[in-house]
Design a protein around this ligand. Structure first.
Ligand SMILES: Nc1ncnc2c1ncn2[C@@H]1O[C@H](COP(=O)(O)OP(=O)(O)O)[C@@H](O)[C@H]1O
Ligand SMILES: [Mg+2]
Length: 243
């Protein structure tokens, strides 16, 4: 379970970038933070993942305040951000083993999972190739496997399909659906309304640091009286965005 309670964030200037955001994500569901560039998605995801402290408010994951129980929270979350860079001279196998050691995973347990995860994403044929020689999609899939290496119950993915072609993107979204079926709690951010529409059980539309509406695709579409989710999203955006 993720509970975000009235979170506010201000960087160095006076302006609040995140202006009091609250929502709850239940186990077995995928929550999507949908908003344009600059809405504050990455800021919120980083606060949830303990990388940034909120100016006000609280994030509670599995019953614990994330800013107080940082180390414990790291074991419970799998965090993916587009800014993570894999060592270009390493290989998928070496990186996986490095992170498995970091999390103290027993070798017997993780070797099998590594093979299965790599197999699912078609990484095995590239497992001993240098990262620098791999495609963007392959690197993203490796990052995803590594971010979930410790089998966390809570998954926080910032724009997980950014820059991926549709086939790779589908592999990632199918994986996220399976993880939700296993009962994990998943939050992702995206600026792509069609991704939110096809993947998320609940969507929070984030505009200028505020959630201006939330609900299922059906609820948001009905709320705006539009025929499609695309129109509903643009309506919510134009109504709430201040130039
Ligand atoms: N470290 C920072 N210092 C100051 N301003 C920042 C910093 N990081 C992000 N911002 C600003 O906060 C706003 C929201 O950014 P961000 O959370 O990255 O949004 P999104 O992920 O939705 O595109 C932007 O206006 C951005 O310029
Ligand atoms: Mg972002």
């Amino acid at each position: 379970m993720i509970e975000v309670r009235n979170v506010k964030k201000r960087y160095s200037s006076d302006e609040l970038i995140v202006k009091g955001v609250s929502f709850t994500v239940k186990p077995g569901t995928i929550y999507g933070l949908l908003g344009p560039n600059g809405a504050g998605k990455t800021t919120l995801m980083q606060i949830m993942a303990t990388l940034l402290k909120p100016t006000d408010g609280q994030v509670v994951i599995c019953g614990k305040d994330v800013s107080v129980n940082t180390l414990e929270i790291h074991k419970k979350i799998g965090f993916l951000t587009s800014e993570v860079k894999l060592d270009p001279l390493s290989t998928p196998n070496k990186l996986y083993d490095f992170f498995a050691a970091l999390y103290d995973l027993p070798k017997e347990g993780y070797e099998e999972r590594k093979y299965k995860d790599f197999y699912r994403f078609g990484i095995n044929p590239f497992a001993d190739k240098r990262i620098v020689d791999l495609s963007t999609g392959m690197k993203q899939k490796i990052s995803i496997c590594i971010s979930l290496i410790h089998n966390p119950p809570v998954i926080i993915f910032d724009e997980p399909t950014n820059g991926l072609d549709i086939l790779t993107s589908k592999q990632v979204t199918d994986y996220l659906k399976d993880l939700a079926k296993e009962g994990r709690t998943i939050i992702l951010s995206t600026h792509i309304f069609s991704l939110a529409e096809s993947l998320c059980d609940e969507i929070g539309v984030l505009v200028d640091g505020k959630i201006v509406a939330s609900g299922s695709v059906k609820e948001l579409t009905e709320l705006t009286g539009k025929d499609t989710f695309e129109d509903a999203f643009f309506e919510l955006y134009t109504k709430n965005h201040k130039e």
